[in-house]
Design a protein around this ligand. Structure first.
Ligand SMILES: Nc1nc2c(ncn2[C@@H]2O[C@H](COP(=O)(O)OP(=O)(O)OP(=O)(O)O)[C@@H](O)[C@H]2O)c(=O)[nH]1
Ligand SMILES: [Mg+2]
Length: 363
């Protein structure tokens, strides 16, 4: 699974979990040299003990480059917040400046208030006297606020695991699906793509390119009903014994009510295709563009209300993104963030770590 342990249906393989990376034979590392995706699909030693927690020893090294890219992307936010701590005193002016900087970083009024209250409490408790110490305490406060969003995407519990992907136009849905496919395929998970964006030929072609590149199959239909494509894909995924079915959908705004109805229909149809009653779709992901600021929170709420989200992928945190919106999401609609996109390249998709993000946010 896209997490750090494997679950399988109990009857098929009781208590089967992924083996921990033994020191003598470490987990195979993908070409890009990262280790965040453990292979749940490769054969494992019979008497494998329980796996260690996600933070295996090699993890910090493997993730270092990604954190740097994230820092670079969030540098504007980082510098405007850290400027607040360059003074010599912890006073009301500092808190006021900080409030302004957090609001500018898209943190939103509610999360900003919560963070500032929490920070004041931490400063008091730690008896901090230097503004620099406040910066460290703010990292702690943000990390704690974001922690409920830190959750791995689980692949492997059901066969196939059906993942529906939605979002506004151009958020990065298809690219993120491509990256996920690449990583899943590289780790021997068999993937089937569903081009449930049937209206634009370019959309189908874009997904087909990803399918070709990764040697995975695709279910596609010109101008057909997106829900029918999704339905076919689940059946085909089951018949062909695929591990994962990724359903790409057309971009739409929450205000386009007929398109939101279509999205609900795709979801309902996926449920109907679930003849084995395993809970299809197992994951309903929203892809949000990290640059959309507070609007991203509105998107999360609207799509969650419409189709019941299980996770988020936040893309484009490498550009001019401010990043604070994750705090707003954590405060107001805590849907887990499975992945962060920090570029257009394959390796620019990483799992979300609350503390790393808080550190990157504060430069
Ligand atoms: N810089 C950057 N660009 C990204 C990232 N993710 C996606 N993109 C780019 O964003 C643009 C749109 O990506 P798509 O994957 O086509 O977006 P989509 O949500 O599928 O778009 P529609 O299907 O048209 O709604 C492309 O140019 C991608 O290369 C990212 O993390 N960082
Ligand atoms: Mg697309």
């Amino acid at each position: 699974m896209f997490s750090f342990f494997k679950k399988k249906p109990p009857a098929a393989e009781p208590a089967a979990v992924e083996a921990p990376p033994a020191p003598a034979a470490p987990e195979p590392v993908e070409p890009a040299g990262r280790s965040w995706l453990r292979n749940p699909f490769a054969a494992k030693p019979e008497a494998a003990p329980e796996p260690p927690p996600a933070e295996a020893a090699a993890e910090p090294v493997a993730r270092a480059g990604w954190v740097d890219r994230l820092k670079l992307g969030l540098r504007k936010t980082g510098s405007s917040i850290t400027t607040v701590f360059t003074g010599t005193r912890i006073d009301e002016a500092l808190y006021e400046e900080l409030e302004e900087a957090l609001l500018m970083a898209d943190t939103g009024v509610k999360a900003t208030t919560v963070l500032l209250d929490d920070l004041r409490r931490r400063v008091k408790e730690a008896r901090a006297t230097e503004p620099a110490a406040v910066r460290e305490l703010l990292i702690d406060a943000i990390a704690d606020l974001l922690r409920p969003l830190q959750k791995p995407l689980v692949i492997g519990e059901h066969k196939p695991t059906v993942v529906m992907v939605a979002g506004v136009n151009g958020a990065g849905k298809t690219t993120s699906i491509g990256k996920l496919t690449r990583h899943l395929a590289a780790h021997k998970a068999s993937v089937l793509l569903a081009a449930a964006d049937t209206f634009r030929a370019a959309a189908r072609e874009q997904l087909a390119v990803w399918a070709d590149r990764n040697y995975v199959e695709i279910i596609s239909q010109q101008g057909g009903d997106p829900a029918a494509v999704a339905f076919d894909a689940v059946n085909a995924g089951r018949a062909r014994g695929k591990d994962v079915v990724l359903v790409d959908t057309a971009g739409r705004l929450p205000t386009q009510l007929h398109l939101m109805e279509e999205l609900k229909k795709i979801r309902r149809t996926l449920v109907k295709a679930d003849t084995a009653g395993t809970g299809v779709p197992h994951e309903v992901l929203l892809v949000i563009d990290g640059n959309t600021g507070q609007n991203a929170l509105m998107q999360v709420k609207a799509f969650d209300d419409a189709i019941g989200l299980t996770g988020l992928i936040v893309t484009k945190l490498d550009g001019t993104a401010k990043g604070g919106v994750l705090a707003a999401i954590a405060q107001e609609r805590p849907v887990p963030v499975y992945f962060i996109g920090v570029g257009e390249k394959l390796e620019d998709l990483e799992t979300f770590d609350a503390r790393e993000f808080a550190q990157a946010l504060l430069g």
